[in-house]
Write a protein that binds this ligand. Structure first.
Ligand SMILES: C[S@@+](CC[C@H](N)C(=O)[O-])C[C@H]1O[C@@H](n2cnc3c(N)ncnc32)[C@H](O)[C@@H]1O
Length: 260
């Protein structure tokens, strides 16, 4: 399957999103930049179950435009570092939120082993083939006793009809196995669909950003490709053949100076 539609969705559209937010105002930034991860309620649940707290260093692997990292910087006081292979996404996260970003692959994170208190990967594993390497890398960069979190879009049926190009969905059981094989201990799990949807003003702000992007780029092949891919994903989520799975994990061991 071609990776091209995802490059459009995650790179080019990220830059357009930042442009649109600059036109509409900073209050549009968070809703527009959290599109990949669902609701703030689900992200806060995951942050709570991971035990995120002020001053903790959080590595966000496949951070996109940085909405989730910025959200938990505000709610839980963490110090995030964002990694994403798409330069456009990293630049957008810097422009929108002034966050620290590194261009890099989640399967070879450009940071030292054990240098973070926590790490997460949100909406990324279903977009990559080598999931084992992605999970192993998060495990590597988080110190003993630290926390690792995932939001993974999993398939609930044997075969998906017309899935988005470039996606590789596993089941919730396979996700559990993946996490266990990486040596992580599961603390808690949840389904994204069980959390409240974002409030209406949040949705309205995200839609307004979409409208500006469509106004300025709707005729381009890049926009249309990204839109087709997004529409396929929305259809699978609506018919229930794909669902968001949240998993909070812990790296075994004790952390110096922390009660684990
Ligand atoms: C659906 S978006 C989610 C973005 C963000 N985590 C969020 O929840 O809003 C998937 C992200 O995974 C990134 N990605 C794709 N391949 C990757 C890889 N090999 N390593 C790390 N991230 C990757 C994409 O560039 C994109 O930003």
């Amino acid at each position: 399957m071609s990776e091209e539609p995802q490059a459009e969705e995650f790179d080019t559209v990220a830059a357009w999103t930042a442009d649109a937010v600059e036109e509409l105002g900073a209050d549009h930034a968070l809703p527009a930049a959290c599109r990949g991860s669902g609701s703030p309620a689900a992200l806060e649940w995951l942050a709570d179950r991971m035990g995120l707290a002020p001053g903790m260093r959080l590595l966000d692997s496949g951070a996109g435009v940085g909405g989730p990292a910025r959200l938990v910087q505000g709610t839980h006081g963490v110090e995030p570092t964002l990694v994403d292979p798409m330069e456009g996404a990293c630049r957008a996260a810097e422009r929108l939120f002034g966050l620290r970003t590194l261009v890099g692959d989640g399967a070879a994170l450009p940071v030292n082993s054990g240098g973070y208190d926590a790490g997460w990967s949100l909406g990324v594993l279903c977009t990559v083939e080598d999931k084992v390497a992605q999970v192993a890398e998060l495990r590597r960069v988080v110190a003993d006793g630290g926390a690792v979190g995932f939001l993974v879009f999993v398939r609930t049926v044997e075969e998906l009809t017309d899935p988005p190009e470039g996606n590789h969905f596993i089941t919730a059981e396979e996700l559990d196995e993946l996490v266990r094989e990486a040596g992580l201990e599961v603390v808690d799990r949840a389904w994204l669909g069980d959390f409240d949807s974002p409030p209406q003003d949040w949705q309205d702000a995200a839609d307004a950003v979409d409208d500006v992007v469509r106004r300025d780029h709707g005729d381009s092949e890049s926009f249309q490709e990204a839109q087709r891919n997004q529409d396929r994903m929305i259809r699978l989520l609506r018919d229930g053949s794909v669902a968001g799975r949240l998993v909070a994990c812990r790296v075994p061991g004790r952390r110096a100076g922390r009660d684990t």
